[in-house]
Design a protein around this ligand. Sequence first.
Ligand SMILES: N[C@@H](CCC(=O)N[C@@H](CS)C(=O)NCC(=O)O)C(=O)O
Length: 210
Amino acid sequence: MPTLYDFSRAPSPRRARILLAEKGIAHDTVIVDLAVGEQLSDGYRSINPACTLPALKLDDGSVLPDNPAIAAWAEASQPEPALLGRTPLEKADVASWNAKIEHECFMAIAEAMRNTAPAMKDRALPGPSNYAQIPELATRGMARLNDFIARFERHMTGRDWVATGHFTQADITAAVALDFARVLRIDAYADHPAVAAWRARLAERPAFSL
Ligand SMILES: N[C@@H](CCC(=O)N[C@@H](CS)C(=O)NCC(=O)O)C(=O)O
């Protein structure tokens, strides 16, 4: 059985947790405590030199070091239910939305949080190297996040799902990012009825309580 390296409070491993649950792929879990810097320990570094979560260790010892790798492996090894799109056009749509949400929403939240939080001093970016905080990036991150939410509300108006005509990984990526925006006291679901209706639809899926 694969092993997921996880931490419940962090958004990126939550994406993998939900995706594996939606796929019905059973796994063991090892908690890597980001609150005490365990991702930088020699032990975890030898598993994932990127020092980030999630990572998924397969039965043959291979390690998938990030969400794109985990999703690609899960879809290829267990095609149903399809979460990355079925047709060439659907696959393109899911890939595009995933990239857009990662760059415009996840990164905006990370910029805003990591460049101000005292606990993240010199940890402005994840990974093995330390980088100093740049407070101006936090201001820009908040602006980018609010812009994204406004655009996302327009995109979701009249739609049930983020990409294609059905549930995909793009829904997971967007919901995990927007749920996490609460750490910045941003409620993406208030005053955004289309986004709120979509999130209520996702809440009916058991994996989203993970
Ligand atoms: N591209 C990666 C991003 C992973 C990432 O940034 N994970 C964060 C947790 S949400 C992390 O491991 N942070 C470690 C740190 O802050 O040092 C993925 O989605 O797999």
